[in-house]
Design a protein around this ligand. Structure first.
Ligand code: SF4
Length: 325
């Protein structure tokens, strides 16, 4: 399968007093066309920086040291801000945990939805019809009259569904979904996930789904990527990674009966110990300080990427056939 989006060897750091905080190191991420790809990791793992970099929304303190983010044939990292803004909402778009990040409080929903289509040469009537159709798809009752209402007149769940409708309006190649269901209660979360999956199949876009909720990953994502302290530590098909995690960190996260997947905790389990400093990185494995399986080379040598079990990539000495066990 061709990739809709591909992150290659991405390194991002932040300038901080006293040095450089190496937020993302050697990140690789494949997002195949039309697939939903999960991105999992605890706070501080770098998933927010990765998401912001993909969307061209990184802070001014962020420095791209190296790497590429390929959307088809375009390297997003080489685009000027204006070129990036043109792609946003069109070929790549986003939904966030807080739908108000996408909705304008002072414009009607209809106005915002027709504005998105400004690049497309169609009549106002057609734009309105298309907005109604999208609202129907996200199950907003009585969409024709609700187009003239403002965001505050909708419930939280409806606002998130409207944000999803707006993000998919232009049928983008890639949707970045950053914890879009985390703020919703369990029932609404399930409805929203179903809807997102239906729309995704309808439109055929790829989704990068960032979440803390492993049940949602099991339910929704074809592949999963696990981040830890600014590195990708394991990637592979969801089923294989859940059934036989290859990295000790993934194992700790997924340490649960596979039959229980849909009921899995909404939040990642807490693991004892501390994250390493990203300003003074340890020479060895980033997980060494917390890893119950650490051995000989772990504190001194940084593990390389290897393929292991059903996983496409794992960064751990235990899985490296060239490391004496
Ligand atoms: Fe644990 Fe060593 Fe593997 Fe790192 S390389 S995850 S410390 S076993």
């Amino acid at each position: 399968v061709q990739n809709a989006l591909e992150v290659r060897d991405l390194n991002i750091s932040y300038k901080v007093p006293g040095g450089k905080l190496r937020a993302l190191r050697d990140i690789n991420l494949n997002v195949p066309r039309g697939e939903i790809v999960g991105l999992v990791g605890e706070s501080g793992c770098g998933k927010t920086t990765l998401m912001q970099t993909i969307l061209g929304l990184q802070s001014s303190a962020a420095v791209t040291e190296s790497g590429q983010i390929m959307l088809g044939d375009t390297d997003l990292l080489t685009l000027r801000p204006k070129q990036m803004r043109n792609l946003l909402g069109d070929r790549i778009s986003a939904v966030f945990q807080d739908p108000m990040k996408s909705l304008n409080p002072v414009l009607t929903i209809g106005r915002q939805m027709t504005d998105i289509q400004f690049r497309h040469n169609i009549s106002q009537r057609e734009k309105r019809d298309r907005a109604v159709e999208m609202l129907q798809k996200v199950r907003i009752p009585d969409p024709e009259s609700r187009l003239d209402q403002y965001a505050f007149e909708f419930s939280g769940g409806m606002r998130q569904r409207i944000a999803i409708a707006m993000a998919l309006m232009a049928e983008p190649d890639v949707l970045v979904a950053d914890e879009p269901t985390t703020a919703l209660d369990a029932t609404l979360e399930l409805t929203t996930i179903d809807l997102l999956r239906d729309l995704q199949q309808d439109i055929g876009c790829a989704i990068i789904f960032i979440t803390h909720h492993l049940g949602v990953v099991a339910e929704l994502c074809q592949s999963v990527n696990i981040m830890y302290a600014g590195e990708m530590v394991e990637s592979g098909p969801t089923r294989a990674v859940f059934d036989a995690p290859q990295h000790p960190y993934t194992e700790l996260l997924f340490n649960c009966d596979p039959a229980q997947i849909p009921e899995r905790t909404r939040h990642l389990p807490t693991i004892g110990g501390e994250l390493p400093s990203l300003i003074n990185l340890p020479p060895g494995c980033v997980f060494e300080g917390r890893c119950p399986k650490a051995f000989g080379p772990c504190a001194e040598i940084h593990p390389r990427r290897v393929q292991s079990g059903g996983s496409d990539m794992v960064k751990c000495h235990l899985r490296d056939p060239e490391v004496p066990q």
